[in-house]
Design a protein around this ligand. Structure first.
Ligand SMILES: Cc1cc2nc3c(=O)[nH]c(=O)nc-3n(C[C@H](O)[C@H](O)[C@H](O)COP(=O)(O)OP(=O)(O)OC[C@H]3O[C@@H](n4cnc5c(N)ncnc54)[C@H](O)[C@@H]3O)c2cc1C
Length: 408
């Protein structure tokens, strides 16, 4: 067993790796290096933290005492600039070498900034860090006109928070029904419709460019929209158009990087002393590169798997992918791969306060998504993991207890 493990990155993936290592009995030196102020959680950045109802201390991943108790040497505000596996070390930006027998890369990613002309303006924001959220919150005063570009998870949540803060919000996306692949077209359409009902103007268009004007920023839209949107002036713009995995140090160390740091199912990279977890990791399974997951729980599970690999124990079994999103006071959860479903059934109705959609294939649940009904998704996850045979009729009937269907 290695004596010195260095984890690069203090997001949920890095902190979970540290916790799982100690829980699994790792007794060696454990160092967590993070470029930020201290390890905090990101999902609140588009929700309560952006709204100002949670502060930075409340979104800490762990209290300081936890690092002391777990004997994790936490190096905040410190950046790893290079991997030196041949020297058994990582190099810090000041040139210092930190001894490391094994390294776990948990470097996350940065907000994507597509090369849209004028996007360098101070009025154009992204949302990945607490500082980004602080800066954006300042721009979201009541009555501010805000353009959110991208209606995926982060854009939709930030738009919802902005409207809650009293802003006038326009949400633009060239995709007609965002999230359709993840939760199914019908539910995605319903969810997108919530924006309109909350007073947000949704535009089916991309953005071509920005120009700073006195007192605002003008956005020009691509002509893909129907009808084509006229240029408009906003107080602020948020680009919520995705994430770019942070792979530089992996790449310069010669590790295999293809749209992410390539790992096997044990989180091992192409170098045996280096593992990768969380948003930047991309799993290769049976010779096929899977898409990056970019969700909170997946990052946490990666940490548990990496710890098992380092400890030489059996990794926890893989479970169906899961994520949640909150918008307009509705809580959405999704599990599995809805795009692979050949049939969807609604349990309840879209008018109910809570309902769920199940995706079926060959008589088995392959995915589910719920609105304010997390228990339905929890049951669906068990059905997927246990490959339980189910019929559409009982699934769709809210009077049938889902637990009774778990027996198959
Ligand atoms: C605004 C927002 C809202 C979200 N909402 C949801 C949600 O509702 N549901 C959901 O499932 N997921 C959500 N996510 C996604 C989820 O938060 C991410 O999948 C998760 O944070 C990934 O964790 P990570 O540890 O891989 O990376 P990160 O959280 O990005 O952490 C990486 C850390 O590594 C540090 N680092 C990078 N390079 C270096 C280096 N060279 N040296 C030292 N430190 C370094 C960074 O400073 C950072 O602290 C959201 C993400 C964002 C940004």
């Amino acid at each position: 067993m290695s004596e010195r493990v260095v984890i690069v990155g203090g997001g949920v993936a890095g902190v979970s790796t540290a916790g799982a290592l100690r829980a699994g009995g790792f007794d060696g030196d454990l160092t967590l290096v993070d470029a930020g102020e201290f390890p905090y959680d990101r999902p609140p950045l588009s929700k309560d933290f952006l709204a100002g109802t949670q502060d930075i201390k409340q979104i800490a991943l762990k209290p300081q005492q936890w690092y002391d108790d777990q004997r994790v040497r936490l190096m905040n505000r410190t950046t790893v600039s290079a991997l030196r596996p041949a020297d058994g070390a990582v190099e810090l930006v000041d040139g210092a070498l930190l001894p490391a027998d094994r390294v776990v890369l948990a470097t996350g990613g940065g907000a994507a900034r597509p090369p849209i002309p004028g996007a360098h303006s101070d009025r154009v924001h992204v949302l990945r860090t607490a500082k980004d959220a602080d800066r954006l919150r300042e721009a979201l005063g009541s009555g501010a006109r805000v353009l959110v570009v991208g209606a995926g998870l982060i854009g939709a949540e930030a738009a919802s928070t902005a409207v809650r803060l009293g802003c006038e919000v326009v949400l633009a996306d060239p995709v007609a029904v965002p999230l359709a692949a993840a939760i199914g077209a019908e539910l995605a359409d319903w969810l997108h419709g919530l924006h309109h009902r909350a007073g947000i103007t949704t535009l089916h268009t991309g953005v071509d460019g920005f120009t700073d004007r006195p007192g605002g920023i003008e956005a020009r839209f691509t002509d893909a929209g129907e009808p084509a949107a006229e240029p408009q002036v906003f107080d602020a713009v948020l680009l919520g158009v995705g994430m770019v995995p942070r792979t530089e140090i992996a790449q310069s160390a010669g590790l295999r990087v293809e749209g992410g740091i390539v790992v096997d199912e044990r989180q091992l990279t192409s170098h045996p002393a280096v593992l990768a977890v969380g948003d930047p990791a991309r799993t290769r399974r049976d010779g096929v590169l899977l898409p990056r997951t970019e969700h909170w729980e997946a990052a946490q599970h990666d940490g548990a798997r990496a710890a098992a690999t380092l400890l030489g124990t059996t990794p926890p079994p893989a479970t169906a992918p899961w994520f949640w999103t909150d918008r307009h006071d509705r809580h959405v959860e999704a599990v599995g791969h809805m795009a692979s479903a050949e049939l969807t059934v609604v349990r309840g109705s879209y008018d109910d306060p809570a309902f769920a959609v199940f995706g079926l294939r060959d008589g088995h649940v392959v995915a589910a998504a719920s609105v304010d009904d997390p228990m339905a998704v929890r049951a669906a996850r068990r059905m997927i993991d246990r490959q339980v045979a189910v019929r559409a009729g009982p699934l769709a009937d809210p009077s049938v207890n889902l637990r009774s269907l778990l027996r198959g």
